[in-house]
Design a binder for this molecule. Sequence first.
Ligand code: ATP
Ligand code: MG
Length: 217
Amino acid sequence: MTDNNSSASENTNSNESASEKEQREHKEAMQTTQKVVRDKIKAAKEKRGVVIYLWGNGKGKSSSGFGTLLRAVGHGQRAAIIQFIKGTWKTGEEAFFRDHPSVEHHIMGTGFTWDSQDKQKDIAAAQEVWLKAEQCLASEDINLVLMDEITYMFDYGYLSLETCIAAIKNRPLKQNVILTGRSPIAELIELADTVSEIREVKHAFHAGVKAQKGIEF
Ligand code: ATP
Ligand code: MG
């Protein structure tokens, strides 16, 4: 007798071994996933820049920001890095991107705020670097703007959140923006298209491992 429904017969094949069954079920699950993913890809038609907000107390925010920047620059795009807290260490990312022809690099002119303890000096430094950020956010030539550790500026009241949000909203349509920092700022969560909380599960520092070159800075 001819079988007109081969997939049904496949599903009910009593001669099927355990490994064949496992393979068939895996294939069916993958086909379902493939269809869901393909449908989602088809549905996503809008072409515009996005705002990515990475916050939380775990390790991985700035390194993700710089990793994405590397990706953009690798495709020949232009990028800007605005670092709102300047560490006392020379970072590898600064050394790498400092003289890169496709990357503008602006670093706040004071050290860690809890080291400098001079509020007026910090406010002036924050506002000075913010002017650079504003120029980058207004530039059609810059594809990606990374504003690293910006949330501290709002936590300490050094920058106006409203001014920053307005500049992001008015940026060129195709420009992407990445914001990082520890704090979950409700207005930034609302503004951003992609938001990830980087939550600490473990950190080597708590086991007494010293911060190291190439990993922490
Ligand atoms: P990274 O730059 O490594 O991606 P990050 O941007 O997520 O880290 P920050 O909050 O900017 O983290 O902290 C800067 C430094 O503090 C990094 O060197 C990082 O390894 C370290 N760090 C991050 N999370 C923790 C933590 N939970 N405990 C101790 N140190 C941490
Ligand atoms: Mg960081």
